[in-house]
Design a protein around this ligand. Sequence first.
Ligand code: NAD
Length: 351
Amino acid sequence: MKMELTQIETQDHEQVLRVRDADSGLSGIIAIHSTQLGPAAGGLRMRSYADEAAALEDALRLSRGMTFKNAAAGLPLGGGKAVIIGDPARDKTPEMLATFGRAVEALGGRYWTAEDMGMTPADMARVGTETRFVAGLADGPFASGDPSPVTARGIFNAIRTTARHRFGSSDLAGLRVAVQGLGHVGLHLCDLLHRAGAELIVSDLNDSAVTEAQARFAARVVAPEAILTVEAEILAPCAIGAVLNEVSIPDLRVQAVAGGANNQLATAGDGARLHARGILYAPDFIANGGGIINVATEILRIADHPSWVAEKLGELDATMDRTLTRAAQRGVSPNDVAEEIVAERLRHDAA
Ligand code: NAD
C-alpha cells in the first residue's frame, strides 16, 4: 500500500495532514500553523501518544509555538511541527523515517523538519535520504549540528538582560542562579554563568550530570523536588515544560525566571500569576530562540554562520529588552507583551 497523506480540518492552522503508511508502520501528523513569514519550520517529535487525538493536540500546540518562536527571533520562517506516534526506542525503523521524509518532500518545501524529542541526528539523516527539506544534520555543506550551545548563549543573554531590568545591572557576579536540568542546554548555560561569576544551584534526575556540574562549576546541588523552592535571584528552567503553574508559583523564592525550557507556563494565566508576585518572567520563546537561529542557518543556506548567528542573537536580545521595557512601562506580564510583539510582526508582514 502507498503512503497516505490526508487533510485534517482545523480552525487555526493553514494545513494539517495525517501521514499513514501500513508497510513501514508510520502514523503521524504534520501541522503547518503559518507560512506567513516563510516556510514553516519545526522539529519532528516521536512519542508514545495515547491516541491520534493526543498526537494531533501536541502537533497543533507545538506548531503554533514555532510560529511565535520564529517570528520572535526575526527569522523569515513560519511555524510547523510533526509528530510520529510510537515509542522511539521500540517502534522506530529506518523505513518509517524514510517514508516520513517522502511525506515532507511531497509538501514541496512548505514545511522544513528537524530534530526534536525522540529523534537523533542519524535519524534526521535517514529522513534526509527522501527529502531536501530537513535541517539539524550533522554533515553536509550547511549542516548546523547540535543547536544547544547557541541556545545556551541566547539564554545567557536573556538572563543578563533580565538581571538588568530586575536588579539594575547585567553583571551576574555573585548572583545566585538556580538551574533546573543539566542536559544539552543546561550544562552549556552553567558554563557561561560560571564564567560570568554567578553562583550556581543545580538539579537533575541524572546523577552524572549533577556530579559534572559540581566538579566543573562548584555548583550547589539540590534534589529535583527542591529546585523550584530554593532561594536564589534567578530561576532558569532548562528541563521540562509547565514547571510554572498554580502549585509552583506561590512557593518560588526567586525574583526572576529566565531559562530555556519550552512552554514553561502551564497556562496563559501563569504569566499574570508571576507578575502578581513581582517575579520578572523572561518569555521562554524569546529566551530559547538561539536554537532555531542555529537551525535556520541550514534552512536559509547561510554561508557566514558565526557572524550571522551573532547578529541574530543580538536582535533576539534586543527583542527581550523591548519586551521587558514595554511590560514595565505598562505594568503587565512580559509574556503578554511578547505575544503582542509577535502579533505585530505578523501583521506588519501581512500589510
Ligand atoms: P536534554 O534532554 O538534553 O536535557 C534535559 C535534562 O533535564 C536532562 O538531563 C534530564 O535528566 C533533566 N530533567 C528532566 N526532568 C527533570 C526534573 N524534573 N528536574 C531536574 N532535571 C530534570 O534537553 P535539552 O536539549 O537540554 O533541552 C532542555 C529544554 O530546553 C527542553 O525543554 C527543550 O525543549 C528546550 N530547548 C532546547 C533547545 C536545544 O537547542 N537543545 C532549544 C530550544 C529549547
